[in-house]
Design a protein around this ligand. Structure first.
Ligand code: CO
Length: 196
């Protein structure tokens, strides 16, 4: 059985480098996490939340799934949101999509992909809601626009959740943001920001 020893070696190297710079780093973090941000992003390996905004472990609470979808009844995503908002008291929820998203691309195709088609149905719904904007566009433009529209739609779903609505009713300091990441150059773009 292969044990992936090189990843353990790499881990020791990483932890040692951090401790060399900041000897208290891990003991401080082990006491408690106090992230200001909840990141809802795509599972795509090219879009690692903490790394692309150059923050350290402990600074972003993260939920990722295929195509950064926020489904009204997804207990997994909702539980993450509830914990982040009510217990950690994050100040920002960031929905971050990315151009070139394989989930969005698959949702644009007419062929079958198996079980995942049920998940991608949510993206097909986004394209149905915005069919007029998407109509007549070339394939690449349509792909880019659908990636952006998907982010905005998921921001609306976050805002409409009971968790965010109740937080705003309580007067919590909480904003919801929609961002999109360009995998070709590593740059983020702000699409939308909403406060109570
Ligand atoms: Co993706």
């Amino acid at each position: 059985m292969k044990k992936l020893q090189f990843l353990f070696d790499s881990n020791v190297e990483w932890a040692t480098a951090i401790k060399d710079r900041d000897p208290e780093f891990f003991s401080r973090l082990s006491d408690q996490q106090a992230p200001e941000y909840l990141w809802i992003g795509c599972s795509d390996s090219r879009v690692p939340a903490t790394q692309i905004v150059n923050l350290a472990p402990g600074e972003i609470f993260v939920h990722r799934n295929i195509a950064n979808v926020v489904v009204h009844t997804d207990l997994n995503c909702l539980s993450v949101m509830q914990f982040a908002v009510e217990v950690l008291k994050v100040k920002h929820i960031i929905v971050c999509g990315h151009y070139g998203c394989g989930g969005v691309q698959a949702a644009m195709e007419d062929k079958e992909h198996g079980l995942i088609d049920n998940w991608l149905r949510h993206i097909k719904d986004v394209s149905r809601f915005h069919s007029e904007k998407l109509e007549g566009l070339k394939k690449e433009q349509k792909f880019d626009l659908l990636c952006e529209l998907n982010v905005k739609e998921q921001v609306a779903n976050v805002r409409n959740s009971t968790i965010v609505q109740n937080a705003w009713k309580r007067g919590a300091d909480l904003s919801v943001h929609g961002w999109i990441y360009n995998i070709n150059n590593g740059i983020l773009k702000d699409l939308v920001t909403c406060d109570a």
